[in-house]
Design a protein around this ligand. Structure first.
Ligand code: CTP
Ligand code: MG
Length: 241
């Protein structure tokens, strides 16, 4: 059932997929609850999202059994922005769909932001919202690729790709709510992210500049990097550049 409360003058809802187990991080707890500078990764992510003045609702997709504790932890840093928690699904796309189900019809713009990209700078969030409000059906932050990338030929060989034409995709990804609902109703099983699902509808995906700080905490090495970035920025609550 959709969340029935007010979304205030903040017209954007942020869905936060946080239901993954974090196998590659191996923290012994689901990744969104792993501690970074003394606080769960999820808390850093929510703090960043609500710092954007247009975000008026946060919907968390949580591992089963952690809905209440995650909602409590996120609410503590969300100020006046309401936080709703739902149980996530088996795959990330299921978690997003289950969260989308509780976003009220009155919400026009939806962001989908991985809890694991917990240090995303606010300029990236703002640029994504701006581009959706300007009319884009899907917006993703992208970064130029720094490595030389080779495409593997199933027959055995490989070839270098033109990396100037490639972008590594981050989150938050932004959409008009109706477009994202249509994309998830159709459910392209081959899509690896929400923008890919929208693309499968035949709609264009716009790119805005990403930021290295929006990297995804995936491995223990990533967590060390996040700790170092926070320490360099002055510690808890000051993850901005
Ligand atoms: N996610 C989710 N529901 C799932 C799987 C993933 O909400 N069924 C979320 C994760 O919590 C994370 C984001 O999607 O915030 C990106 O996924 P990933 O980095 O792969 O996280 P995990 O799946 O938790 O990590 P791993 O693949 O190492 O187990
Ligand atoms: Mg995963």
């Amino acid at each position: 059932m959709p969340y029935g409360g007010a979304v205030s003058r903040r017209p954007v809802a942020a869905i936060v997929p946080a239901a993954g187990s974090g196998e590659r991080l191996g923290a012994g707890v689901p990744k969104a609850m792993a501690l970074l500078a003394g606080e769960p990764i999820l808390v850093h992510a929510v703090r960043g999202l609500v710092a954007e003045p247009r975000v008026g609702l946060v919907v968390l997709a949580c591992p089963q059994g952690l809905e209440a504790s995650m909602a409590t932890a996120a609410t503590a840093v969300a100020g006046t922005v309401p936080v709703v928690a739902v149980t996530g699904g088996a795959a990330r796309a299921d978690s997003v769909r289950l969260a989308l189900d509780v976003v009220p019809d009155a919400v026009d713009v939806v962001l989908v932001h991985d809890a694991a990209r917990c240090l995303v700078p606010s300029h990236v969030i703002g640029a994504v919202i701006d581009a959706v409000l300007a009319g884009a059906p899907a917006v993703v932050p992208g970064l130029p690729v720094v490595d030389t990338i080779r495409a593997v030929d199933p027959a055995g060989g490989s070839r270098t790709l033109d990396r100037s034409a490639l972008r590594a995709v981050q989150t938050p990804q932004g959409f008009p709510a109706d477009v994202l609902r249509r994309a998830h109703a159709t459910g392209d099983p081959g899509a690896t992210d929400d923008a890919g699902m929208v693309e499968a509808l035949g709609l264009a995906v716009a790119l805005v500049p990403g930021d290295p700080q929006a990297f995804k905490v995936t491995t223990p090495q990533d967590l060390l990097l996040a700790e170092a970035l926070l320490a360099a920025a002055g510690g808890r609550g000051e993850e901005g550049p």
